[in-house]
Write a protein that binds this ligand. Sequence first.
Ligand code: ASP
Ligand code: MG
Length: 488
Amino acid sequence: MTKERVRVMKFGGTSVGDAACIRRAAEIIAAAAAEGPVVAVVSAMSGVTNRLIEAAQASSTGNRRLAAELAERLREQHQTAIEALVSDADRRTELSGETEKIIEHVTGLCYGTALLRELTPRVLDEILSTGERLSARLLANTLCEMGLKSRAVEATELIVTDNVSGRAEPLMEQTKVKAAARLLPLLEEDSVPVVTGFIGATAEGMLTTLGRGGSDYSATILGGALDAAEVIIWTDVDGVLTADPRLVADARTLREISYNEAAELAYFGAKVLHPKTLRPVSEAGIPVWIRNSFAPERHGTKITATGHPTARGVKAITAIGNVSLITVGGRGIVGLPGVAGKTFTAVASADANILLISQSSSQNDICFVINSDDEARTVEKLRQAFAIDLAHKAIEHITVNPEIAIVAVVGERMRGLLGIAGRTFSALGRRGVNIIAIAQGSSEYNVSFVVEAGMMREAVQSLHSEFGLQRRASRFESVTGESAMATV
Ligand code: ASP
Ligand code: MG
């Protein structure tokens, strides 16, 4: 065992987007490695995973053109970076050779798919793993070039998952054993392992992926498995903000938030974190940082168990568009047992994720919100499930409103604070924002509600100022020590 606890540092796609970014990432790692053991986790260079998906899908229809283009683009992007980053001739030849082999492998998989005109989930995972396999080697070699000891490590050797292709879940006990066995000897000899994010393998060795954006998850899985001192997610923003800066110009970076708050924010659309990211670390209380690799001098956001609660309770206002409100209703459903059960079974059979549920006490309506992409499928399943009730008019309508947005007020300390909901709805009332449905989770980490899509911006702005979240510190904030908050 290494004496010091390791730090896990993950670099997202934009943070390794080109040679200059990779050099910056390597400098951040080198500075950290001078202080203690570091495990790096990388995403694919930005854009690569999207291109892999497009090529795979085109191949499944028999179209080979995109696969050929993909190979060219991958070559261009990675070989250009190699030339800029690796000057040692032997190292460069070796890395170029490996890169070419990986590109040939993925092209072969695409051509095979085109021949068969069939893309199995397993082959798709294998194709998608290409981006991380290429970027990990690039970063490891850049570190070597800078005089550090480093090597790329395939996460298939570390992260053991179930066999669900495309969205595999880690098996933590087995992962602990494998990750320690493979990584600790490297750390022992002061080497920096650079691990492919996004990827795992079943106990039998079949490659899996953790879902889009899954490299964050890889980092915390390894952080949890190695009982890391902290996990740092290096990305292209300063941290978690009080609101989406495209909606609120004076949104500011939060210095510290809790695991629960971060999870609510990830769930409700703040795209900084993959929603499952905090699971592997929250029980052990391992802090997770969100930091900007383009401005590493900034503080970033620290995510901890308590999250430095503020007296005002509310931490952030978040919103999601591109969602639809579906209502199942009619007088006939009053007291009709099993309607909720049938509704949600139908939604589940459409494989749609429910973002918010609300039912009025008169039980005339059950309404819920899903992603608009899932809408058509879900409505079809509901109509099938309720075909008889619709015919008998026990259910009068299944309606869809796609012109809506969810807005949520998030904060752990809201629990037990009186009047947050009251203030929320009065503030919205004053600005003329009509509320279509309301839900509060029993966790009380958020109050969320549905508004017309056109009122989303207005709603977020008015709540952001109602709860004093804007950038300029108020007298109240300086009392709680928040005035030192990093600002954008
Ligand atoms: N490269 C993968 C994706 O784009 C994983 C990640 O970037 O986290 O989804
Ligand atoms: Mg990414």
